[in-house]
Design a protein around this ligand. Sequence first.
Ligand code: ZN
Length: 337
Amino acid sequence: MDIPKRGSQPLAELHFHLGQSLEPHILWAIAHEQGIKLPSKSYEDFHDFITLNKETTTWEDYHALFHWTELIQSSPVAMERTVYEVVSGAYRSSGITLMEPGFNPMYRNRQGERDLDDIILGALRGMERALAEFPTVRAGLILLLDRRLPKEVNEIIVKKAMLYARRGVVGIDIAGPKGDGFSYDDYADLYAMAREAGLKTTVHTGEDGTAEEMRHVLEVLPLDRVNHGFRAYEDPALMELVAKKNLTLCLCPTSNMSVKFIRDFDHLREVLQTLWRGGVKFCINTDNPSMLKTTLPQELAMLREHGTLDEAQLKQTVQWAFEAAFVDRKRASNLYL
Ligand SMILES: [Zn+2]
């Protein structure tokens, strides 16, 4: 497999979640440090469970896992270790020099038992530690809102993102399974407020939902890029809208194929080549690397091996990822903001 050697080709990754980005043995160690009661005393069982090591995976399996990883990461110390390990590990093992992982602080405070600021500051400390050790790496954190949470709670997350915008939080996002009464329309004001405070915005759409829903989301929310959004390939007018708004789609091939939103490699080629022909910019990401046992170099090698994208197209997606970053690329370093 032609995986680029670390450092031979700088890579940028813009769409992956901290909850599913830690190596299982580190998650295991953090859980034990904090005395968290796990579903099994066996590391092998835990490893299989956390990496979805089974024949078929459902959308529900995916989200059931988040409960455990979020619980294990629910302390300032755990968040510091998590972000430190994720940022430094992605650089050391995959040569990723620019990364913007996302997490929802509200799912890491044990229903209000832990202080939200301490959780976010723990994450930022972990990022600073990693950047101090690897000064050529650029990173920023994205705070996730969730479609299951009431707007008042999501608004608190936006305000925290604004508060820490000068400390390394670079943007906001909405993720999670669709909750009762959730409407993207309700978030236009919060998105506008975040942008006014200098934050960038993205959103999960065009994945489990439809192309029509994605069009609506693009019409109501002010956006800088989109997470997933692959369903735009079904609608030429929507592709035109994505291109007109200069949005980059942060695609996750293995993630979409693992739950059969994209059926197989033929389907994946059709999706990506249609987006390419439609003038849509996109980049490749892992979404949940540890759970899906993948890395960005592996995703790129997989697309190369299957002839999904040619060499020039692969190179272009890497370039688009750097161009779509939220981290201020004009600064020489994002240390000590
Ligand atoms: Zn995602």
